[in-house]
Design a protein around this ligand. Sequence first.
Ligand code: TYM
Length: 328
Amino acid sequence: MKTVLSGIQPSGKLTLGNYIGAMKNFVKLQNDYACNFMVVDLHAITVAQDPKALREQSEAVAALFIAAGIDPGKANVYMQSHVPPHAELGWILTTLTSMGELERMTQFKDKAAGKESVGAGLFVYPSLMAADILVYNADLVPVGEDQKQHLELARDLASRFNHRFGEYFTSPDPYIPEVGARIMSLDDASKKMSKSNPNPGSYIALLDTPDEIRKKISRATTDSGKEVRYDPAEKPEISNLMSIYSECSGKSLAEIQNEYEGQMYGGFKKDLAEVAVSVLEPLQKRYYEIRESGQLYDILAKGADRAMETASRTLNDVKERMGFLLPR
Ligand code: TYM
């Protein structure tokens, strides 16, 4: 069975962008792959986190994985920090990564822009992400478009290691959805929908109430003109809403365009809000059930134990190939 690995940061509220770009595919892949889905707390601390908020968000993201439909009997669900080989292989891969490669990362450039002081962790973030993937020799990595460049680094590091120390790592392929790879902000379709946007009207959080969802969608910016037509260059805002509609309803963009031919934006937005609510309401119900069930820590412990088996084996192999003394 081939292997899948992905992670989500517990650094704020998860959005519909995280769901459509990543989580929805986690659920899809779990039946056909050996899956590992982590809450990447070690990545989250590359920017300052309040300890109480980090703890709460970590539990929330883990519970959202399950609420979204990940079956912990099939996939390993765990905290990145519970499997120490991630951090250790992360360090090893950092030593194989060049400053230039890290300087070219657009996520680093965006996050560092305008800051007086930038943490070194933010800079080496992509090497740790490469370790997350390579420590399981993952074949496939379901992510949104914004993670593509990080994945290319993981591929480069795999081949660099193989070249220097002998064929070992699998080159991981990205698994990026065709329609929902980059869900844009509701108030500005030139920006990615993001949990770190200070305007909550710009994103739909997975735990927004149905009324909040309706309000946010009715206030979403729309392009001038009237037609509901998919044309990201000419009509970026309506195209973004159509992508959300398509991903939440399972209808194709063409079907949606036909359905709303000759109609105004208002009716389309109203229907879109109901489609989004119909996906998020049952997810939220499961989320609160899981949080109250007291099962979360048990699920995380089992997931980490299973993940640890593969991860520690890889780390040993890597160290042996590189010439580390292994304890006897
Ligand atoms: P993070 O936590 O920023 O986002 C989690 C996942 O959600 C996707 N995503 C989106 N997809 C579509 N539209 C959007 N607006 C949108 N916003 C976010 C992201 O692409 C991502 O797939 N570096 C990663 C976490 C990570 C990781 C890994 C991922 C750490 N190690 C190993 C894969 C493999 C990140 O910051 O994701």
